[in-house]
Design a protein around this ligand. Structure first.
Ligand SMILES: [Zn+2]
Ligand SMILES: [Zn+2]
Length: 216
């Protein structure tokens, strides 16, 4: 039987992240508005938001985490426990695998973001080839696609949203059923395609502003 197509934004920060203003209500409203079937919550170095929201809202949540490593940010998808920050990239990828997650090289070439750059290895499970918040967007996209091709790894896309309007600007279309396992499997089998646009200038300013106001 043919699987159906599902549309997923794999990189969203919820209000449980210290730098995001996205509420549970926003997640549901913007997911609907942007025709998303599921989203991944990937808060910085914490998992509480992803686990709480998965139970709380009427939308399929892929639990995740964005880990600050010694060599740049790494996203773990299908991760339900804290992956310690401050480890090497290699150790972090191993930790994610140990708990049954997928290690994604997120925004690998973005400026000002703590990106992996040359620290990407073939041990990753996927490359985030489109990240709406990355700057300069087209340069990052081109370099990320190139490394994904060189390493023969699947592509995923996400917005790295910290404010509601950004949700769903980038998305991955997968041949999968609407379950976390089926979606994760579709990534591993490369049954996925990426789409997406950069944040507009006004969205970038809002995103920055959200971080500043949240830090107070
Ligand atoms: Zn990041
Ligand atoms: Zn992020």
């Amino acid at each position: 039987m043919l699987k159906k197509q599902v549309r997923v934004d794999f990189h969203i920060h919820s209000m449980y992240s210290s730098d995001s203003i996205i509420t549970p209500k926003d997640l549901v409203a913007f997911a609907k508005k942007r025709s998303l079937d599921a989203i991944a919550i990937t808060d910085h170095n914490q998992i509480e938001g992803a686990l709480t929201l998965a139970k709380k809202i009427d939308l399929l949540i892929i639990p995740g985490i964005e880990v600050s490593t010694q060599g740049g940010h790494v996203v773990g998808l299908n991760v339900k426990q804290i992956i310690p920050r401050g480890l090497s990239v290699d150790e972090t990828v191993d930790c994610i695998h140990k708990v049954g997650g997928l290690a994604v090289a997120c925004h690998p070439f973005a400026w000002f973001k703590g990106s992996l750059g040359k620290n990407i290895t073939g041990k990753f499970d996927a490359i985030e080839t489109i990240n709406s918040s990355s700057f300069p967007f087209f340069h990052c996209k081109k370099k990320s696609i190139k490394i994904a091709q060189q390493l023969n790894l699947p592509h995923v896309a996400g917005t790295d949203a910290h404010n509601p309007e950004s949700i769903g600007l980038a998305y991955t279309v997968l041949e999968a059923d609407l379950t976390v396992d089926s979606i994760i499997n579709a990534i591993l089998k490369k049954r996925c395609q990426v789409f997406g646009n950069p944040l507009s200038l006004s969205m970038r300013i809002k995103q920055k502003y959200a971080r500043i106001t949240r830090r107070k």
